[in-house]
Design a protein. Sequence first.
Length: 265
Amino acid sequence: MLPDYHFHTEFSGDSTTPVRNQIERAILLHMDSLCVTDHHDYDVDSPIDFTLDPEIYFNTMCQLREEYKERIDLRIGIELGLQPHLKQYYDQLLKRYDFDYVIGSTHFINRKDAAYPEFFEGRREEDAYLQYFEATLDNVKLKDAYDAAGHIDYIVRYGPNKAAYYNYHAYRDIIDEILKTVIEMGKGIELNTAGYRKGIGQSNPSGDIIKRYRELGGEIITVGSDAHIPEDLGADFQIAKELLKQCGFSYYTEFRRRKPEFKPL
């Protein structure tokens, strides 16, 4: 099975799953490698604490990497909730810790969680989606703060109508800007399979966006389940593999010490 490059454990504010449970699940699924990517959303207004202690987190993962080295190749990653005003903070964090992989995601806009109903109150769904994409464009310009842009159309999971009236073509101009910026920065995107479990019937981003990324010359693409429980680890990865092929990819991407490694599908 493809390695999971986006999942969460007890170090994430929205998960209680012990790290070892996720690792053991990956071994059961015959994954050769795995990259843990716990949440770190710093300086946000949220009822959930999405910050982690980087020192404890990184040291724990180093110990687990050594403990499991004969059974699985554990990579150490992190999912940063990007906000432009935190550029200096990210620079310092990523210089201090030798992560293998950094997901740069847009979760909060002006410190407010875009996944909550309040984000959509008093305006049209399409305007909320557009604001999310505009924030994502600002975030992907933070060149050194990420390796791959996480679940680019994540907001669709939480809209009042989810994906019922959403498609790439309605936001083509801004999405193309996002993809072109990612490519120009030498970064990648991820194919996140959580959308299949979140009621939108498609990946994040959608297949049309992944195909467009490839058409524009995008090469770096990881695959992640966004699992918060072991049962979701590697979920729908066979669908993801076929989708990558349909979008023009013959490989997927892993990361080691923030360098991409291309592997055949």
